[in-house]
Design a protein around this ligand. Structure first.
Ligand code: SF4
Length: 358
């Protein structure tokens, strides 16, 4: 065990990536980076993190802002509940913890968006306290290192991995050790074609010894991918564009959007869009012009989004909102001030790049 620890720590000292939140290990930086890294690749997170810190250099600056601005900065990262939770947490910290992150695991767990993993990451990486963390990278490393013949999602296997991670934790070096394990999974013990020849723990790797690395970790089908077709349309009225703000609960809560939705069986995209406008706003639209189709993903869904321009059928503009909390009529240039879900943002970018309405 000692040798595994030492090899990993030495390797990390020489190979750790120069990441912005590793400069000072400030609890605020670690917290924001960990929330961003949930569900998002490191490469994308770095840009967002740097932009975030320019706009919100500390917890107090978040509390002085509005949720709308936070969502705008988060636009494109997906899983927007993360951004809303940061906003809520910052305000709780201001009111109950003197504007600082608490240094106790159980208090961290009470904050919105902070679960066992994130609390452990903050405790170990920011405060260097002895807390174990297990993420997908660590699961993969351990499944190979200990040649685990069952899926890492299996209850006993999961438990075994946590136990091993705790056993391996070196006193006083938690910060480096937890990161070393994750870094090993990200750079060396990668999902496909792991780089065993340069691995600092290859001497102890049981699946390498048994020549079954390619079979580890055991993969089971967890969530299936669902392909769906959707339609949306930008309604122009007297030179302005209709946008509506989604309700505060549910998917894409509080984000802005153009009306639209899923195609029902037998519907063309045009039929679906006319129906969705009527259902969501009671507006009768017509003169649909197909602009493009964009692809995007959210949770398990892979979406083909049919994008249109449209106008009112009879010039009667009396929207009644059924799925949104408010609407606005905005100039095309103002669209950049609002946060939209990824598919709608791609549609806007397409219109901008092709010079269609800007
Ligand atoms: Fe992963 Fe290969 Fe290292 Fe084993 S030897 S831990 S499979 S990189």
């Amino acid at each position: 065990m000692k040798k595994i620890q030492q090899n990993l720590l030495n390797w990390f000292a020489d190979n750790a990536r120069d990441l912005p939140w590793r400069k000072t290990y400030s609890p605020y930086h670690v917290w924001i980076s960990e929330i961003m890294l949930q569900q998002t690749q490191m490469d994308r997170v770095i840009d967002y993190f740097n932009r975030w810190m320019k706009q919100f250099p500390d917890i107090a600056s978040i509390t002085r802002s509005e949720e709308e601005k936070i969502l705008k900065l988060w636009e494109g990262l997906g899983y927007y509940s993360r951004a809303r939770n940061i906003f809520r947490t910052a305000n709780i910290l201001k009111e109950q913890h003197d504007g600082e992150l608490p240094t106790e695991f159980k208090l961290l767990l009470q904050l919105p968006g902070i679960g066992k993993y994130t609390a452990g990451a903050i405790m170990s990486i920011a405060f260097n306290k002895e807390y174990t963390i297990v993420d997908a990278n660590i699961e993969r490393v351990f499944a190979r290192l200990f040649n685990l013949a069952k899926s890492v999602k299996d209850k006993n296997t999961h438990h075994f991995i946590w136990e091993k991670a705790e056993e391996l934790l070196p006193r006083g070096r938690t910060r480096e050790f937890n990161q070393a394990l994750m870094e090993l999974g990200a750079l060396v013990c990668i999902p496909k074609n792991p780089r065993c020849k340069v691995c600092p723990v290859s001497d102890f790797c049981q699946s390498l010894k048994k020549n079954v690395v390619h079979k580890r970790p055991v993969i089971t089908k967890s969530s299936q991918t669902v392909f769906i077709e959707m339609a949306t349309g930008i309604l122009t009225h007297k030179g302005k564009i209709f946008i509506q703000k989604r309700k505060p609960k549910g998917v894409w809560a509080n984000l802005w959007e153009f009306p639209g939705g899923r195609l029902e069986p037998g519907e063309t995209p045009e039929m679906a869009l006319i129906r969705e406008y009527a259902e969501e706003t009671q507006l009768q639209i017509g003169k649909l012009k197909k602009i493009t189709t964009v692809k995007h993903s959210y949770t398990i869904y892979r979406v083909r989004l049919h994008c249109f321009l449209c106008s009112l059928e009879d010039d009667r503009f009396e929207p009644v909102l059924h799925t949104a909390q408010e609407y606005r009529l905005v100039n095309p240039a103002e669209l950049s001030n609002y946060a939209f879900p990824a598919g709608h943002r791609k549609f806007i970018d397409h219109l901008k790049n092709s010079g269609t309405i800007f």
